[in-house]
Design a protein around this ligand. Sequence first.
Ligand code: NAI
Length: 214
Amino acid sequence: MALNKKISPAVIRRLPRYFRYLTDLLIINVTRISSSKLSEKMEITASQIRQDLNCFGGFGQQGYGYNVKFLRKQIANILGVHSHFKFVIIGAGNLGQALANYSNFQKIGFKFAGIFDKNLDLVGTTINNKKVMHIDTIGDFLAYNKIDIAMICIPANQATIVTENLVTLGIKAFWNFSPTDLKLSNNIIVENVHLVDSLMVLGYKLLHKSIPVL
Ligand code: NAI
């Protein structure tokens, strides 16, 4: 689904949450929900929900609320669930192996296509039915396989050089776990994931729990 207007990053970040809640509602056979009920469940104001969904055309009906199945399908289309994105993992260490073995990516439309490392002890071993390939062979692999995303699971000091090479080989989107800011050209999409940042926020909240957060 191609959108023809700018959407704020905050709205985009809430979409997966809507998708998750609506999926849970469908599982328990809820077919219809008002924005106020959805708001209670998600702890987002009803007006925020309406504003978010209005960015994409609304999807609700006055006096009826939202049809859960329909709304979930619209959000799935916006997020590209079932777009059959293919990804490779760069780095077959602890994190790379964990991601390779995580089977839920497939359920939301992301297909594991290959895993690469430079460590000869890992090359040739099998992780989730795929043989780890040597990073030096990635050019050949990408020439024959259309890959949308590279997940970066290598040390920070390797991440820049490796991702720059992947950009020259045609990769346009990175899910970056490496603790470094990748400086890539503007047309390249980078989504950083830093679990440690989230953990530190948890630590902050625990430490200062007597001070209300605004
Ligand atoms: P690890 O040491 O188990 O695995 C790293 C792998 O990268 C090794 O197998 C190594 O041979 C490979 N590698 C190194 N240079 C390479 C290159 N040029 N090409 C291909 N492969 C190469 O480390 P682990 O625990 O898997 O962590 C990987 C990275 O992810 C680290 O930078 C770590 O800090 C980061 N990390 C980030 C998290 C996050 O929330 N953002 C969570 C956990 C780890």
